[in-house]
Design a protein around this ligand. Structure first.
Ligand code: NAD
Length: 261
């Protein structure tokens, strides 16, 4: 389905981003990975995409809090892909929890930079190539927190609501082209980002990790089940398909019923 397409997935060295990269590679897309982690593990991941799916996979380790590194990554993608990414998935993200009055300003800046501003930069560099080809898919990993709020997550909720807005503007500016822009809004997915929150809750309540995980998911998901990274990967794949040609400026919630309440 995606043979001949090239996809840049930010924050794809683990969790949801890696699952999306695998889903797209599984459909034949060449991939550029991005994100932090152990050098050897990242190289093993890159190689396994090539061997498992028969695609070409690259890695760029740009720190997405740094606009100059984002620009260099986009140039690298343009060079390696020979003309820019056809599919851009803005997925890199971090979390920090604190009450607003205790929220360290530098943490606010980091969350906004990585979860929101980086997507503005990647999108502005990717669009000219997509417009040239009259085809493109921009998928922004937002969150249930792009639709509703929770306490102690001021920066994250602001960034995720912001990226929903950026998605809509991108969609309007490309509406008469073959480019679409949409967000995916996952509920709880048990990745590194969430594991740290589960550990904190376990410590806080003097309960086991598994009990804390059950409490966390049950509190928000009527389904009482976690979403899996693979389910988000398949959602991204759907947004890249012909079936989604006329879907733009909207979002897909995959949240066990969280935002239906
Ligand atoms: P994760 O921690 O496994 O993945 C985050 C990725 O972002 C990693 O590859 C990490 O290296 C990368 N990253 C972090 N800072 C970076 C930086 N400065 N520059 C480049 N890369 C950087 O967590 P995840 O849960 O897979 O998160 C992926 C996205 O999904 C995030 O945007 C997150 O907000 C969103 N999300 C997660 C959940 C969840 O429950 N896990 C729910 C909704 C939305």
């Amino acid at each position: 389905m995606l043979t001949g397409k090239r996809a840049l997935v930010t924050g794809s060295t683990s969790g949801i981003g890696l699952a999306m990269a695998k889903a797209l590679a599984g459909a034949g897309a060449d991939i550029m990975l991005n994100g932090f982690g152990d050098k050897d593990e990242i190289e093993a991941t890159r190689k396994s995409l090539e061997t498992d799916f028969g695609v070409t996979a690259y890695y760029n380790g740009a720190d997405l809090s740094k606009p100059d590194q984002i620009e260099a990554m986009m140039q690298d993608a343009a060079d390696k892909f020979g003309g820019g990414a056809d599919i851009l998935i803005n997925n890199a993200g971090i979390q920090h929890t604190d009450l607003i009055e205790d929220f360290p300003p530098e943490k606010w800046d980091a969350v906004i930079a990585i979860n929101l501003t980086s997507a503005f930069h990647t999108t502005r560099f990717a669009l000219p190539f997509m417009k040239q080809k009259d085809w493109g898919r921009i998928i922004n990993t937002a969150s249930a927190h792009g639709l509703v709020a929770s306490p102690q997550k001021a920066a994250y909720v602001a960034a995720k609501h912001g990226i929903m807005g950026l998605t809509k503007v991108t969609a309007l500016e490309t509406a008469q082209t073959g480019i679409t822009a949409n967000s995916i809004c996952p509920g709880w997915v048990r990745t590194e980002l969430v594991e740290r929150q589960i550990e904190a809750k376990a410590k806080e309540g003097g309960i086991s990790i598994e009990q804390a995980a059950t409490n966390l998911v049950s509190d928000k998901h009527p389904s009482k089940q976690f979403v899996t990274p693979e389910q988000i990967g398949k959602t991204a794949l759907f947004l890249c398909s012909d079936a989604a040609d006329q879907m733009t400026g909207t979002h897909m919630s995959v949240d066990g019923g969280w935002t239906a309440q």
